[in-house]
Each structure stands twice: as C-alpha cells, then as structure tokens.
Design a protein around this ligand. Sequence first.
Ligand code: NAP
Length: 329
Amino acid sequence: MAASRNVMRAVRVFEFGGPDVLKLQSDVLIPSPKAQQVLIKVHACGVNPVETYIRSGTYARKPALPYTPGTDVAGVIETVGEQVTAFKKGDRVFTMETISGGYAEYAVAAADKVFPLPDKLDFKQGAAIAVPYFTAYRALCQKGHAKAGETVLVHGASGGVGIAACQIARACGLKVLGTAGTEEGMNTVLRNGAHQAFNHREANYISKLKEYTGVEGVDIIIEMLSNVNLATDLQLLSRGGRVMVVGCRGPVEINPRDTMSKESSIIGVSLFLATEEERRECTTAVFDGIEAGWLKPTVGSEYPLEKVVKAHEDIIHCSGAQGKMVLLP
Ligand code: NAP
C-alpha cells in the first residue's frame, strides 16, 4: 500500500508544454504537513481550464518545475500539523488551494484554505466547489453587483463555473438564461436554475436570444469565451448592462461604440485577485447555499489519474460539458 511505503501516485510536470508533459509517477514522496498544514487523502480533484494554460507555460503565473497541478481537492484528513486544531484525522474536507498539488493520492494544504465537506455532498461534488462557485459568486455578486429582478445570460453555462453561476443567480432572484453546446448540456443547464437554455453551437442562437429578451436585452452576461463572444455580447446588453469577462482564450475585435449607445461596461474577473475578506464572503455564500439546499455541484466527466492527459485534451476541445470535470486518484 502506497502510504506505508511513504510514496504515492502523483502527476508531475517537469517541463511546460502540451498535455503529454503530464507524467503519472508511482514513487512520489508523500508530503509532510508543516505546523499549520494538513495532509489530505485525495478522493477527487477538480480539473480547471487554467491548469491547462499553466501547464502549457503561456500563462502569466508559472510554478517552479517540477510541480503537481490541481487545487480543488476533496478528501479525508490523513494527518495534521502540530498547530492545527480545526481538523483531525478522518475529517471530510475540501480545499481551494493546495501546496503540493491535487492530481495525486495525497496533498498538503494550509489549514486555513481547507473547509469541512458537508455530509450532503460526496467527494466528487466537493472537488467541484471552490474555483467554480467562488468564481461565479465573484463575477455575479462582487464584481457584477447582480440584483434580484435583473436578467443574466450565462454564456457557457454547462461547465463548472457556468452551472455554479446559474444556481447562484437563480437563488439571488435573477431571471437566468444559459447556453450550452449540446441538447444534454442544455438540459443540465435547465436542471440547475436556468429559466431558458440556448445552444451556442446553433447558427441562429443569437437571433433566438434577441427574440427572447426583446428590446430590453440582458443586464449581465457571465462570459466564458470572450474571445469568441464579446462583440455579440455588447449587442445583447440592456442599458447600463455589463459583460463579466470570466473566460478568454485570445484576442477579439469589438466596436467600442457598442458600449456608448447603452453605457455598458466590460468588466474583467479574476478569482486570483480576491482579497481575504472577499474570499471569506464567497465561503459564507457557498456554505449558506449548501445549507439551504440550492447549491448542488453537478459533476460531469470523470477520469482516473491514468487518463490525466486525455482530461487536459478534453477540457479544451470539449464535445459538450454537463458539469464539472473531476480526476479520481
Ligand atoms: P468548463 O467546465 O470546461 O466549461 C466550459 C464552458 O464553456 C462549457 O459550458 C462550454 O459549453 C462553454 N463553451 C464552449 N464553447 C462556447 C461558446 N462558443 N460560447 C460560450 N460558451 C462556450 O470550464 P469552467 O471551469 O466552467 O471555466 C470556464 C472559463 O472560465 C474557462 O475559460 C476558465 O479558464 C475560466 N475561468 C476563469 C476564472 C477567473 O478567475 N477569471 C476562474 C475560473 C475559470 P459546451 O461544452 O456545452 O459547448
């Protein structure tokens, strides 16, 4: 058994590049938690698109090599550092950050970045909470200042952040429209809080959206693929509307005049820039939602650690998301 040998299976990246640089190794030392850290036996780890950008070496933030990717871990506390009182061996937890990396059988995390995993959620759901829900809450509430009665378009609603945004928006009293690329994805979006779903792979879906929203347009757009949609988004907005740029994979040409006619705003969102206070606010909102029962992470495709290369290929060239992608050690 790996633990008794003090080694574990973990994915390691020794050089930046394509998905093939992800190497699953079976003799990686199990990290030891320092005084204010915990060691988690990983049961599931969320895969976030940003992990592919970091792996490729093109992202602004680069970890020192070699490293193990993965931040959204759910699992069970194995050991705790000597100053940790909040957790004990056997506690079910999830994290929003790890120190040693989550694509592994064990991960060390700072105790103050670890949260108890409520009984009503399983480990896969636990691995679908932190980055998706914190990002969606930041985009909608902290930066987008969404108000009950407004209309939101979640442009790319079938993946991790999109489903979180639909659930939060619905709970906050907004009218929720969501897009997906498949029939199954649209059904997932409708099951997760959207009043109406549209297919962003259909040639005339923008006309359908315009027809549905009428002259009023939408107040907020949570945009997952700005490099494709930003110019069109500006035409869908209401007066004073705002586009929240959550996802972007390249440049795009827009006509700034389109912002003048409605005094609309384009607002960048970065979870990385959230202050400690803002993160605490996200945490409170998430736990309130779990307790109330409307926050239910939806897990989509699942991959064993052995298939990590495929997972990184598929999250970018997705044939249709139906929830959060997770890796299972
Ligand atoms: P995900 O689970 O892989 O979901 C991707 C979503 O994009 C799916 O709903 C997909 O729909 C949709 N999509 C595909 N083509 C689209 C199109 N033409 N127009 C609109 N949507 C389209 O990824 P995620 O975790 O939700 O993350 C979404 C984006 O947000 C990524 O770019 C990620 O890097 C970014 N992100 C940013 C932050 C931040 O702090 N700014 C934090 C987290 C994530 P189908 O598969 O149904 O086609």
